[in-house]
Design a protein around this ligand. Sequence first.
Ligand SMILES: [Ca+2]
Ligand SMILES: [Ca+2]
Ligand SMILES: [Ca+2]
Length: 500
Amino acid sequence: MRESRARHTTEQLDPRFRGDDDVLFNISNEVLMKQILFILVAGLVASPACGQTNDPFPEPIEATEDVITVGFEDFAAIPDIDGEPARMMTMVDEPGTGRMFLSDMRGLLYSVSYDGQVAEYLNIDDERWEVSVESQSRERGFQSFAFHPQFNEPGAPGFGKFYTWTDTDNTTPDPDFVSGGGDDSHDTVLLEWTASTPDAATYDGDPPRELARFEQPFGNHNAGHLAFNPTASPDDPDYGLLYMGVADGGSGGDPLDNAQKLSSAFGKVFRIDPLGSDSQNGEYGIPADNPFVGSAEDGTLGEIYAYGVRNPQRFGWDSETGAMYLADIGQNIIEEVSPVTAGANLGWNDWEGSMRFVSRSEVDDSDPRGDPDLTYPVAEFDQSDPILQPSCCAATGVHVYRDGDIDQLRDLLLFGDFPSGEIFYVSADDLPEGGQDPIRRVLLRGEDEEARTVLELIQETNRSQGREPADRADMRFGTGPNGQLFILNKQDGTLRSLVP
Ligand SMILES: [Ca+2]
Ligand SMILES: [Ca+2]
Ligand SMILES: [Ca+2]
């Protein structure tokens, strides 16, 4: 039996935090009291103030003009676990062994063949690995994974290697990164696995090596996306460097002010060399050209590639321009898709989208994008938009559609709102400068020619499964070979591919 530190947390349901992926989260009484006090004081001092609003984009998202409808196919069935539908999180192509991989938040990593055969490749929650995945509630679990680009290149340093980014309730080892407050909810760990035979049907390597451990102050906002830049060729300095989304730690409003602190690991995008060893703990490397390496500021973390993010669950690259984009889940007002460049400050928790962050109930729209040193969204939308009701809101994506065979989607930046199952697009070539005016919808068209959202489609499937229709989609994108795009969800176990 593993030991576990005592947890001093109170699970509570608070509908005010519907903007989060997870409405069930941990918050200490102390922090809660501070926040209530802050809201009261802020209310006395600042209200009613000019520019403060909970509806920064009064013009609703365009619901019917320029809608693109695309076809879809049921590509594969992903197994239930304990009678509950698969909680699909991440799906990528692994060209070295010619198959795709897909994860379930509870710890399963499946291989998915190019013709839709699904097989368990590895259960990272299996007792023999001693990982102990913490997958309670919506936001905790096996978050993401990434295959080294040299996974099936014999003799190369990345041969057989892949990485998993997961929440764990085994909190015995000392963390590398702490937040300086909160409840010590659980830990999030980055692990390296090394397969002996990369093209084997199941993982045949040793237990994983731990690269980094983060002590989580709150139950929500944990790890985010994990990925190698797929547009980097072997002679590119970015090749083999691992990007990690690290959320702000949780609760709401970033109460520990982590995201803006360069000495804190939380609220950041990290870029590390998983095969290097010059980090503080010696388990990974810090790329010499990372933007804050050698900073004169005491305690600045060289791992940081970009900062000022809240819950960076998903990012992606444009295969044509090399640009990186990130979907950052907003507090209670604005969801955003933003460019990510070396050293960029994406604003949180001083800014929510293009507006100044005031509180959980308001932003200040009097000076949008007013600080020239920050990086603002290319697209953003407000959580009160009618199209997203009643199950909103959390931004996901980001996929720049360049290479697939769906002509209508070509050269579009695709993203979405995962609870409501809305898929959105803006031009990837003529990038907007924020706001929701440029946003248009993508709907799915079945054999009956009827256009519907992903949530509506899931609900139809749920009925045919004899299940209660889901009230949220928990949609995410997955990618396959040749620019194929897949739609993942946590509600009906059906992996769908988009087709012309
Ligand atoms: Ca609005
Ligand atoms: Ca957390
Ligand atoms: Ca931002």
